[in-house]
Write a protein of this length. Structure first.
Length: 177
């Protein structure tokens, strides 16, 4: 299964930390929605999913109350066993196996530095999509490669494109060596 890691970073390389005072860029959110619709799914960490679900305005929710329509959503959590409206998986491999059984050929990893790092540690990422937001932040999380697993991991630039609003997207293939 092809796995795409999708993230918005700041211009200085940190994960963009969205909040009331600094909402996510609409261009990046639109791009996420397009990727999720194309794959028909996304995998997300529990905290990120709860933030996403709580931030969605009521008019964008479907009849069942979900802002995500008919997407297959997998929440990665070692503590939770179930959550209404989503599948809960305890590991990256379990999440991918579930989506594969549902007939998906591509999985979208959408949020949480811990989630992204877990997939990278298991060498389960085929492609990375970074949306670079035109902001600098003095705090934030980073993608971290475990030095016991990788001292260096090559990527190959596949595409760059402006999304508007100063957001630039970089798409990379991850070396599988």
């Amino acid at each position: 299964m092809k796995t795409i890691l999708w993230a918005t970073l700041t211009a200085n390389g940190n994960y963009a930390q969205s909040g009331h005072d600094n909402p996510p860029k609409k261009e990046a959110l639109g791009d996420f929605a397009a990727h999720a619709k194309a794959t028909g799914n996304f995998i997300v960490g529990r905290r990120t999913f709860e933030n996403m679900r709580n931030a969605s305005p009521a008019p964008e929710r479907d009849a069942a109350g979900s802002p995500f329509g008919d997407l297959d959503i997998v929440v990665l959590s070692k503590r939770l066993r179930e959550m209404p409206g989503v599948h809960v998986a305890a590991s990256p491999r379990e999440a991918l196996d579930y989506l594969s059984r549902k007939g998906h050929e591509t999985a979208l990893l959408s949020g949480g530095a811990d989630l992204h790092n877990a997939f990278l540690e298991e060498d389960l990422v085929d492609e990375i999509v970074f949306n670079i937001a035109p902001v600098l932040e003095g705090k934030g999380l980073n993608l971290l490669l475990d030095p016991n697993i990788y001292s260096y991991k090559g990527v190959r630039l596949l595409e760059t494109k402006p999304l508007g609003g100063g957001v630039v997207q970089l798409r990379y293939a991850v070396s599988q060596d």
